[in-house]
Design a protein around this ligand. Sequence first.
Ligand code: GAR
Length: 198
Amino acid sequence: MKVKIAVLASGNGSNLQAIIDATSSEVLKLAEVVLVIANKKEAFALERAKRAGIEALFLDPLSFSTRFSYFEKITDELENRKVDLVCLAGFLLKLEGPILKRFSKRLLNIHPALLPKFGGKGMYGHHVHEAVLKAGEKESGCSVHVVDQDFDHGPILLQRKVLVLPEDTPQTLADRILKEEHLLYPEAIHLYIQKYLK
Ligand code: GAR
């Protein structure tokens, strides 16, 4: 039986794509993506899922009275499909409520920095890379970690590093790191499954 993965995304979904691609290669052949959920209607991640024949759900946080009930709904959708592992891939809402308990130790996230540095509230997308450049860091990278109740927090599974170049802009740094993310996430998921879910 393959490990059933669900991916939560808010935007482009290039990490989702890397995971989907890896499931049909050696890297992640022990898993399949069964569901993609986005909190934004225009998220290209939904389109990527449809193209790959994967069920794609747009769930609008604005149509729920509380964040708690929103995540309750997401948790129900995950449980209805017997999802084993939930991967956040550019999902920009802070998780709340039952998902944290019911998927405890079965939730992973990717972040475009070397955590524990440059994570937390407001640290997403170009904000992360701007902060790294402003701090004069010599290296940056990406991290995959197990999710807990705090933003970009929880045990780190794997990281990949890149050099920060003198001529870097937030965009060039982001692009270089994103390429590494696409290698890191499938590898980290594979490792996690082998260690804890098999
Ligand atoms: C990625 O760089 C991911 O690490 C980042 O959002 C981007 C999503 O790209 N996540 C965070 O900043 C989380 N704090 P994608 O939609 O193309 O995968």
